[in-house]
Design a protein around this ligand. Sequence first.
Ligand code: FES
Length: 157
Amino acid sequence: MSLPVRPETDRRIDDLLARFPQKGSALLPALYLVQEEKGWVSEASMEYVAGKIGLSPAFVSGVVSFYTMFHRQPVGRHHVQICRTLPCALRGADALMAHAAKRLGVKDGQTRADGACSLASVECLGACDRAPFVQINDRDFGPVDPSGLDEILKRLE
Ligand code: FES
């Protein structure tokens, strides 16, 4: 059966496993490596990682669905996540989300047909003091208002 990842990624995961006394500790970084290669973590990738580490696919699936930084389906080149938890909501996250949906031409949870971007409302990103808070791929922004979001998106285009 062919690997669901490139041989290079497989080798990097082996390197990770060699560094951790307990293989399970390599789970999150291994999933990151898969996502770095593919842009998301498929069912086949979860089974592969589970097999490498000696965990059940159901456990790995639970971890992937718990953390919003892992994508269970392909996302756009710019994956825009807007926090909707109370501190961000009180500081305008709903209006920011509505603005983002209009500006990007995509609804919450969707990826634009051209693959340029996707939009998701998420729970607390751990930066409540910078509410309303936005994460685009692995970059953090906050506080962000609608015109600030336009500026950020313009820089990314
Ligand atoms: S509530 Fe938005 S980052 Fe915590």
